[in-house]
Design a protein around this ligand. Structure first.
Ligand code: MLT
Length: 265
């Protein structure tokens, strides 16, 4: 299905019971909505899972470049408006978490709960900005395969690189299919995103924080910071998982997700 209200064709899939509580899953960079499949099929029937491809990712159009995180947040809002979702729960992984936090900052009354997975509130450090510049050069040089290969090494827990072959093939293939223009535009948007640390103490809706114990990109210390600053939040550390905790250990991830969803109502 396509959402056109944000000014470009944005792919989404609205699944489940129309009267259920909406849960919008927001994928990380540079993935797509298919990475949430294990979670979508696990949700009980009183929930309404909605997945979508962030602009430039998956099947969504690239649209105008450059990007800003603000545009990605506005696209989310357009989807919520278009589907007339009331009090959705936002579940974002990494970039999806940056989008969720900024969306909460812009419209604090709009959401029922937050699920922040393998993400952080702080903006990029100088080292992270420089690494993004290196990544852009690799992509400019036409080395998407190298970029995908390097990314996978950082994304997955080292032991999963040898055992989670279908997941690795899935992620590499998604990255290799992403438009180089969109990759570079998103990298610049991530480098320039705003810092959300100041809003954390004001978050007053149920919040679950999830992180893979071996996440190198947004490590457990970043999740602990979220947990310490968001009043009443719950923190779950997923064993045997790196940055892609929902893909690397879906059983433990889903246990945490379902327990939170069933108990926050
Ligand atoms: C992601 O998974 O969305 C990215 O690792 C986020 C980032 O690069 O900051």
């Amino acid at each position: 299905m396509w959402n056109k209200t944000s000014g470009l064709n944005q792919f989404y899939n609205d699944r489940g019971n129309e009267d259920g509580i909406p849960v919008i899953f927001i994928h990380g960079f540079p993935f797509d909505s298919s990475t949430w499949e294990n979670q979508v099929v696990a949700l009980p029937s009183n929930f309404r899972p909605v997945v979508y491809d962030v602009r430039g990712h998956g099947q969504s159009e690239v649209g105008d470049i450059p990007y800003s995180l603000e545009f990605l947040v506005d696209d989310l809002f357009a989807l919520i408006e278009n589907l007339e979702l009331q009090q959705p729960i936002l579940c974002g992984l990494s970039m999806g978490g940056y989008i969720a936090l900024r969306a909460y900052e812009k419209w604090p009354g709009l959401f029922k709960a937050l699920i922040l997975c393998d993400t952080r509130a702080e903006g990029d450090s100088n080292t992270a900005k420089i690494n993004r510049a290196h990544a852009i050069k690799t992509i400019w040089n036409g080395d998407i395969k190298k970029y995908a290969e390097d990314s996978v090494k950082n994304l997955f827990w080292s032991e999963n690189i040898l055992s989670k072959i279908p997941e690795i093939v899935q992620i590499k293939s998604i990255i290799e299919k992403t438009s180089p223009d969109a990759l570079c535009a998103a990298l610049m948007a991530l480098a320039a995103r705003t810092d959300s640390t100041e809003i954390l103490t004001g978050i007053n809706i149920p919040t679950l924080i999830i992180v893979g114990e071996h996440d190198k990109i947004t490590p457990p210390i970043a999740a602990e910071f979220l947990h310490e600053n968001i009043n009443g939040s719950e923190l779950v550390i997923i064993k045997k998982a790196g940055h892609l905790s929902n893909l690397e250990n879906p059983e433990e991830f889903n246990k945490a997700l379902l327990h939170f969803l069933e108990n926050m109502q």
